[in-house]
Write a protein that binds this ligand. Structure first.
Ligand code: ATP
Ligand code: MG
Length: 223
């Protein structure tokens, strides 16, 4: 059982930092949009953003990361590019948003790097953690992990044909390892992580996400 949430409204005016995580095609972007819409409709100040990217400089770095041959970068270079993009995203978008008291919803954050590198290059996990500690130093207040069967998710993702397919061609075995990685991360971080069953209609997933975020919203705010 997850431990009780630590109420974020204990830090008034500090905003709320929320990430959506999960394997490729699990519905993160779909749900980030729905959540942002629902919170705006309820009167919240909302910033919807994504990784890699989320600030002009980080979007430039995103283009280097998501296009080209799968072996374009070594794992080490890739971690540095992700970290550089994340640092700019944090400086230019996330921290200013939180300082103004907004709900910042990011489609992926550091957990994606932890899990993807944990699966692809487990030997680099300490490096990932060290870079995060030294250069990012911040995790979301709430992380919603959309969990689903990799086969279904892969079919969804490939059907979409986004053109940003450098990461999506890695196959079922890798996606299965990622799913396990996200679930392990949720177990290791029960304070901030909630696992959401993504194998349902969009509206049902959205309702669960809204229920999960409600205790974290500033007291008295509608959700
Ligand atoms: N609950 C759902 N049921 C059926 N299809 C869905 C559901 N949620 C999203 N989809 C569809 O599945 C595809 C992938 O969804 P989405 O792009 O939101 O996933 P993602 O997690 O952001 O993927 P990626 O990791 O590749 O960015 C889209 O075509 C989307 O319309
Ligand atoms: Mg997406």
């Amino acid at each position: 059982m997850p431990r009780p949430v630590s109420p974020v409204h204990a830090r008034p005016g500090a905003g709320l930092f929320v990430s959506l995580e999960g394997i490729d095609g699990s519905g993160k972007s779909t749900q980030a949009g729905r959540l942002a819409q629902a919170l705006v409709a309820a009167g919240h100040d909302v910033i919807q953003t994504r990784e890699p990217g989320g600030s002009p400089g980080a979007e430039d770095i995103r283009r280097l990361l998501v296009s080209g041959a799968p072996d374009r970068w070594s794992a080490e270079t890739e971690i540095l590019l992700f970290t550089a993009a994340r640092r700019d995203h944090l400086e230019k978008t996330i921290l200013p948003g939180l300082a103004r008291g907004a709900v910042v919803i990011t489609d992926r954050f550091a957990d994606s790097t932890r899990v993807y590198q944990g699966c692809a290059r487990a030997d680099l996990r300490q490096t990932v953690d060290a870079l995060h500690d030294r250069l990012i130093g911040r995790d979301p207040d709430l992380t919603l992990i959309i969990d689903m069967d990799p086969h279904t998710a892969l079919t969804r993702g490939l059907a979409r044909q986004s053109g940003e397919d450098r990461f999506e061609e890695r196959g079922l075995a890798f996606q299965t390892a990622l799913r396990d990685g996200f679930l392990a991360l949720a177990r290791a971080n029960p304070q901030r992580c909630r696992v959401i069953d993504g194998m349902r209609a969009e509206a049902a997933v959205a309702a669960d996400i809204l229920a999960a975020i409600t205790p974290f919203l500033p007291q008295g705010s509608p959700a």
